[in-house]
Design a binder for this molecule. Sequence first.
Ligand SMILES: Cc1cc2nc3c(=O)[nH]c(=O)nc-3n(C[C@H](O)[C@H](O)[C@H](O)COP(=O)(O)OP(=O)(O)OC[C@H]3O[C@@H](n4cnc5c(N)ncnc54)[C@H](O)[C@@H]3O)c2cc1C
Length: 415
Amino acid sequence: MNDDGAVVVVGAGHGGFTFVTALRQTGFTGEIHLIGDENELPYQRPPLSKEVLLGQKSPEALAFRPEQFYEKNQVTTSLGDGVVTIDRDARSVRLRSGRVVAYRHLVLALGASAVQLPIKGSDLPGVRYLRSLADARHLAPAVHNTSRLVIVGGGLIGMEVAAAAADHGVVTTVVEASGSVMARAVSTTIAKHLQRLHRARGVDLRLDTALVELRSNESGSIDALVSSGEVLTADAVLISAGARPRTALATDAGLAVDDGIEVDEHLTTSDPNISAIGDCARFAHSRYGRIRIESVQNATDQARHVAARLAGSQHLGYGAVPWFWTTQFGTKVQMAGICTAEGQQVTIGDIAEEKFSVYRFVDDRLVCVESINAPGEHMAARRLLAAPDPITIGHVTAVGFDPKQLAKTMGPAQP
Ligand SMILES: Cc1cc2nc3c(=O)[nH]c(=O)nc-3n(C[C@H](O)[C@H](O)[C@H](O)COP(=O)(O)OP(=O)(O)OC[C@H]3O[C@@H](n4cnc5c(N)ncnc54)[C@H](O)[C@@H]3O)c2cc1C
């Protein structure tokens, strides 16, 4: 890293905020500039579909730190003024306002945006998306004050909103095109458990059902025509059909992009003066191969990794064990590791008591553990997955298996 200009971070979300904080904590004394297109101080995103909709937290309470924090740490912020172009030759970025900011190193932490469905009526006034604080302010009245909500997409956000809406007594229907909820994120054992939970709490779950069209009707409500031929009438519709990495800025700047901004094991893009982290980056994980992960852990661990690398104290590649959580109807689901194939599974614990873990294996190697209301097992699983030696089905099915004890006997965690 040369000495001219600031370390500039584009994207003031989980990754951007953690990066500027971590870089200052390394003792870096140069200029740091955090640029965000949302007109908000950096804030926590997960509560948008949980505590905010449940009425347990106000949107205003989500900021990581007050304004003075940035002044005290000498982090210049430009909020509500996103970057529109990167000039790699001049090593500068241009903001929407026309301002140009020079960088010595640029970190892209651009996040992901909600997938817009190319479906007739998806732009009607009662149709909502949920990615940002502004979206949550718009969605909250639909969850608190309407009587019928249709949610299109049974992924993480759709299911969390369904739980919050049903808790508020809203008649809630989830329309999911595949045969399972959260199919990309969890095993069928966990998906089925969540499906039972939602149905028991009154959520009308329509699997193998796709949205065909949305129409506004004479009473001011929305009619959702679905693939079964049925019409579901709602006061509001949430489309939660997944997210896409924000890559346009990188593509326009000529950086390598393929379902995310391509970075190497050090999280450097095809330009050594630019790094990318979090939801927008596709990276080489030492254990899971090329991958893009949408989670708070991934964005914040990558932010700390790049901060340490720029400060000269990190020379290894990035390889943290991914982990993730979701809370629905008070049930806490925690995932450690990643599993994209169904593979072999061992379930330990009591499903009826709602306290169990699913250990998932590929080629007799533990790759992922999903825990329901078992935080101790989840923490142990993270250590097991970081261990240098593989954990096999034999380990987990052995008499007296205790993940916490086993974790203690494994060697030091691999990076
Ligand atoms: C409703 C919701 C619930 C979630 N729940 C969970 C959960 O329970 N657990 C979990 O682990 N993860 C959860 N996630 C995912 C998690 O929030 C993200 O993975 C995480 O925020 C990624 O951090 P990031 O820094 O990559 O992106 P973000 O936090 O999304 O920040 C990116 C920022 O960059 C800004 N930006 C984009 N382009 C520009 C530009 N050109 N100029 C300036 N700024 C720009 C964006 O507006 C945004 O503010 C949830 C996400 C949502 C939306």
